[in-house]
Design a protein around this ligand. Structure first.
Ligand code: C5P
Length: 252
């Protein structure tokens, strides 16, 4: 996608995207699944489980399929270290990379600057940065124990504002917070949402799930869906069904 299209996507003027989370560490299983999903999803999300085992070669083998890669590494460290990690990742050319919003505004700014400078230096596409807000695995009690004294929605709103001020491209939040984030930052940020469950599918460990239809209606730019696709008998068909539901939201 070029920059003009990226902007259109940010403004929710183009189709919402579907990224499939390939949460597996085995490179062969992951590659097979990835191949089966070409044409049915807009991109593949790979996380720590895969990256820690397979490293950059593992990413290259999936990039060779010419499908956008979302590298979900949730970086969180001092600004200089995160900037260095962003630089190290740039040659891999993932479309998206996650960093933790709770790393603070200086860390977010350093990451954004590093992504821009390194892409220019290497003449590579700039990796788009997504700030992860409050993990959906944390409830209000967990947050209190860490020392966060505000409710998850309030913290998410603050983090979204901070990300928008830092040159970050988007955020990851729960489906419950999409509307709130849109109110806070308008169309400044792309909104990526996990915790998606099509009607009739198993919720698994996702406690506050939303349907693809509702998430797109609320203003999500991209949905991240794992098990409802990967554990289906026919992953490509399951993905296409979800895409159909996402499009429905654009027409009602
Ligand atoms: O299988 P499922 O659809 O639940 O997968 C969702 C994906 O989104 C997983 O890769 C999970 O790690 C990720 N995720 C999440 N909740 C968050 C952030 C990321 O489920 N708050």
């Amino acid at each position: 996608m070029d920059d003009v299209n990226d902007l259109a996507h940010k403004k929710n003027k183009v189709d919402p995207l579907l990224y499939c989370a390939l949460d597996h560490s085995d490179p062969e299983i992951t590659l097979k699944l990835a191949k089966s999903l070409i044409g049915s999803v807009d991109g593949l999300k790979l996380g720590l489980e895969y990256f820690c085992k397979n490293g950059s070669l593992g990413i290259d083998s999936l990039s060779a399929l010419s499908i956008p890669i979302f590298l979900d590494l949730k970086l969180h460290d001092i600004p200089n270290t995160v900037a260095g990690a962003v630089k190290s990742i740039t040659p891999l050319s993932p479309k998206y990379l996650t960093i933790h919003a709770s790393g603070g505004i200086e860390m977010l700014k350093a990451a954004a600057k590093a992504a821009k400078e390194e892409s220019e230096r290497l003449n590579k596409p700039r990796v788009r940065l997504l700030a992860v807000t409050i993990l959906t695995s944390l409830d209000i009690r967990d947050l209190e124990l860490i020392g966060f004294n505000e409710s998850p929605p309030k913290s998410v709103a603050k983090m979204a504002n901070m990300a928008a001020l830092s040159g970050i491209d988007g955020i990851v939040c729960s489906p419950q917070e999409i509307k709130l984030v849109r109110e806070e930052v308008g169309n400044e940020l792309e909104i990526f949402v996990p915790g998606i469950r099509p009607k009739g599918s198993q919720k698994g460990d996702q406690k506050r799930a939303a349907t693809p239809l509702d998430a797109v209606r609320d203003g999500a730019n991209a949905l991240v869906v794992g098990r409802p696709i990967t554990e289906s008998k026919d992953p490509a068909e399951a993905a296409l069904k979800i895409k159909k539901e996402m499009y429905k939201a654009l027409f009602d």
